[in-house]
Design a protein around this ligand. Structure first.
Ligand SMILES: NC(=O)c1ccc[n+]([C@@H]2O[C@H](COP(=O)([O-])OP(=O)(O)OC[C@H]3O[C@@H](n4cnc5c(N)ncnc54)[C@H](OP(=O)(O)O)[C@@H]3O)[C@@H](O)[C@H]2O)c1
Length: 332
């Protein structure tokens, strides 16, 4: 079968179309015919080798984390799916490779595809929707009336996080550039800050939560808009020592402590907390999120759809950092 692979780690390395062996379907696995695959900055980071200490893959390896497709076969222990089911998933980190014609997915990572949306729209959702849920609900316990600042509201992650935060009853501020202000407001954000002409630190204060996917100076400045005891969740890093435990690599704890030393110190001085978050696949939660898609609470935001043959170009486009919502590759 055909798949897009990384031949060697590197930022400027392009994905290559390759012939790969058919997936091996274990007892707890579901063989899925991929109809569409969402493209994420994480695919680019994996290709660049940024995660190779944490999730080692031996080149050549296939990439891609998100998919929507149709079940072709199930392992002997699979209970929730049968051939013909339409499904979607963010596959687990040691079994990536959704830029492929077929993939074997752990049953626990898989959910029924929301019926109200297309395969391309469904494939745009798993990684970002699960991230938004895990950050807003599981990590921050965001409730009605609380205030959240979501950096980069026009990105793949931000465009879904805004909608979920509004659903939870929060007051939502977000940042984007001038051309995106209008449509980002239509996603439900209460305050849209144009970062090209406005400084968010002068407009936002006393917030309960910041979701920051940009890192660097934006993350540092974000600490100043929180109330004492508020929380900044970093999605773009730096990773903190807790991440070493999450990925089962306690020996990385000192390195991650060092990487996040500066931002944790700054957070302490502001009397707020900093936590890195790295999302986990979760088929059951994805199923609940699918209900929010079917009832119209969450609307997928797809910027561009590429054909499978153009998967490398799709990743190049994501790497520009200018996507308005998500980028998807389809098999049609
Ligand atoms: N840790 C996790 O579990 C996790 C999960 C999801 C995502 N992430 C990370 O979060 C980051 C963002 O992901 P994504 O999928 O949203 O990326 P993306 O779709 O590529 O983000 C692109 C968007 O970022 C906006 N942007 C760029 N610079 C900005 C700035 N200074 N202020 C405000 N907006 C800005 C752009 O808007 P303009 O064109 O208007 O500038 C564009 O719409 C990536 O690093 C990704 O790896 C991490």
């Amino acid at each position: 079968m055909k798949a897009f692979v990384v031949d060697r780690y590197g930022k400027d390395v392009q994905l290559r179309a390759a012939e790969r062996p058919e997936p091996v379907v274990g007892d707890h696995d579901v063989l899925v015919e991929v109809r569409a695959a969402g493209v994420n900055p994480l695919d680019s980071k994996i290709k660049a080798g940024e995660f190779k200490l944490i999730f080692p893959h031996k080149p050549p390896f296939a990439v891609g984390h998100d998919l929507a497709g149709v079940v072709l076969a199930v392992g002997s222990a699979v209970q929730r799916f049968v051939p013909g089911d339409e499904v979607y998933a963010r596959v687990r980190d040691d079994r990536i490779g959704t830029f492929a014609e077929r993939i074997a997915v752990a049953e626990d990572d898989l959910a029924r595809k929301p019926a109200a949306v297309s395969m391309a729209e469904a494939a745009s959702l798993p990684l970002v929707a699960l991230t938004a849920w895990q950050a807003l609900v599981e990590k921050a316990d965001l409730g009605p009336g609380q205030k959240v600042l979501i950096q980069a509201g026009s990105g793949g992650f931000g465009s879904i996080a805004i909608q979920l935060a509004k659903h939870l009853g929060a007051y939502v501020a977000t940042t984007t550039s001038t051309p995106n202000v209008g449509w980002v407001r239509e996603l439900g954000a209460d305050l849209v800050i144009d970062y090209r002409t406005q400084d968010f630190t002068t407009l936002v204060d006393g917030y309960d939560l910041v979701l920051d996917s940009l890192g660097g100076q934006t993350l540092e400045k974000s600490l100043s808009v929180l109330r004492p005891g508020g929380l900044a969740i970093g999605l773009g890093g730096p990773p903190d020592p807790g991440f070493a435990a999450q990925v089962g690599k306690p020996m990385l704890r000192p390195v991650l402590a060092l990487l996040s030393h500066k931002i944790r110190g700054r957070a302490r001085r502001h009397r707020v907390a900093y936590a890195f978050m790295f999302m986990r696949p979760d088929g059951r939660r994805l199923s609940d999120l699918g209900s929010l898609v079917d009832d119209g609470t969450i609307r997928p935001v797809v910027d561009r759809v590429f054909g499978f043959a153009d998967t490398a170009a799709a990743l190049d486009y994501v790497e520009t950092g200018r996507a308005k919502g998500k980028v998807v590759v389809t098999m049609e």
